[in-house]
Design a binder for this molecule. Structure first.
Ligand SMILES: *Cc1c(COP(=O)(O)O)cnc(C)c1O
Length: 369
């Protein structure tokens, strides 16, 4: 067969290890998964109530326009219904954008390390990829702008960025958007938007009104705690949405996901509680890092990237055998760091205690002083 040659260079996405497989392999009965930035507090209790009282039919196709969910999201965000596109997770929107705009001869600009799916989809579409290294863990928007030319079709800005947890400041983003030519779609991936506490964060929805080439991506997988149901969405002006819609599969969002997402967005109290607990959880990690003199990036998300001054895979394996699944930085572009999802207070204490044991067992590092 004549596979697209670029497929041969790709490997499938490596998900975080599953709880069941780790339990079996290491004969543990308690596993804490802090690998995929899922919400440790689950989802709003209203989701279950709603799924019970308003259970969709298994036999009937979902509403391909997500009418009811669309109404709720539009009204919550104060945008028009034709300014939204829904996806089977925001991963699906990334795919739709790539399918719509990338092809051999076009190029796309992104930061590195950043979320893996931008590059993955661009490779499949045969586009040229221009990766601009992070500067102090942050998007180097000046260099990213410098990489744009007549053949650039998409620029990806992940803010807050996965895996560093850092964000682009309002001034930097606006001066970037002011310069980017109008033929370039700027994708602002805000998977962790609801966790952001920084004062100089921007109103991204308002930016979609000022910049006709901007799309914002959000998801129900992170703070809303619905990762398994796969619902994400994009917000942009109606011309962008109209152009993308034909590349969307007709029934890409399932009925259960739509009912759950709608119940979830209507419970903002749950979101606020999770945001607050996450903020407190991050301070547990910050204190630990300061006590152990480890460097880390202050995070606007529900995860933290910590430089453990040791081989990331070794640290990962040590924690795994203690019952904590985290993410090794090795595959993420940070070979001596771990990316750990902020869990509940007890989970954070547990994983940090185990990490402390690991650090104590490491040979002394050569000090810079
Ligand atoms: C988790 C994540 C996504 C994907 O979320 P889904 O909606 O579950 O597909 C997208 N972007 C970033 C940066 C993420 O961390």
């Amino acid at each position: 067969m004549r596979w697209k040659k670029q497929l041969l260079t790709l490997t499938p996405y490596q998900p975080g290890k599953s709880i069941e497989s780790v339990k079996r392999q290491y004969k543990l009965d308690q596993i804490v998964k802090l690998a995929s930035n899922e919400n440790p507090f689950g989802c709003s209790p209203n989701v279950l109530t709603e799924l019970e009282s308003n259970q969709p039919s298994f036999a009937i196709y979902p509403d391909g326009y997500a009418t009811s969910l669309r109404e709720s999201v539009a009204s919550f965000l104060k945008v028009n219904q034709d300014e939204l596109i829904f996806g089977n997770g925001s991963d699906n929107i990334i795919q739709i954008i790539s399918r719509s705009l990338l092809h051999p001869g076009a190029n796309t600009v992104m930061a590195t390390p950043s979320f893996s799916q931008y590059k993955h989809n661009a490779v499949i579409e045969g586009a040229e990829i221009r990766e601009i290294p992070l500067l102090d863990g942050q998007h180097d928007l000046e260099k990213m702008y410098g990489a744009i030319d007549d053949n650039t079709n998409v620029v990806w800005v992940c803010s807050p960025n996965n895996p560093t947890g850092t964000y682009v400041s309002k001034n930097n983003l606006i001066s970037f958007l002011d310069k980017v030519p109008s033929h370039v779609l700027v994708v602002l991936d805000e998977a962790y938007y609801e966790y952001v506490c920084a004062d100089d964060y921007y109103d991204s929805i308002e930016l979609t009104r000022n910049y006709s080439n901007l799309i914002v991506l959000r998801t129900f997988s992170k703070i809303y705690g619905l990762a398994s149901l796969r619902v994400g969405y994009g917000i942009a002006n109606k011309e962008i949405i109209k152009a993308l819609e034909p590349a969307r599969e007709p029934f890409n969002v399932n009925s259960f996901g739509m009912v759950a997402a709608q119940a979830a967005i209507l419970d903002q109290e749950f979101v606020q509680t999770c945001k607050e607990k996450n903020k407190q959880g991050l301070t547990q990690f910050y204190h630990f890092c300061e006590d152990h003199k480890l460097s880390y990036y202050p995070s606007q998300t529900n995860f933290i990237l910590i430089d453990i001054n040791a081989d990331a895979d070794k640290g990962f394996q040590f924690l795994l055998e203690k019952g904590y699944i985290v993410r090794s930085g090795k595959a993420l572009g940070f070979p001596s760091s771990l990316r750990i999802t902020v869990g509940s207070f007890e989970q954070n204490e547990g994983v940090l205690k185990a990490l402390g044991v690991f650090l104590a067992e490491q040979p002394e590092q050569l000090s810079e002083n």
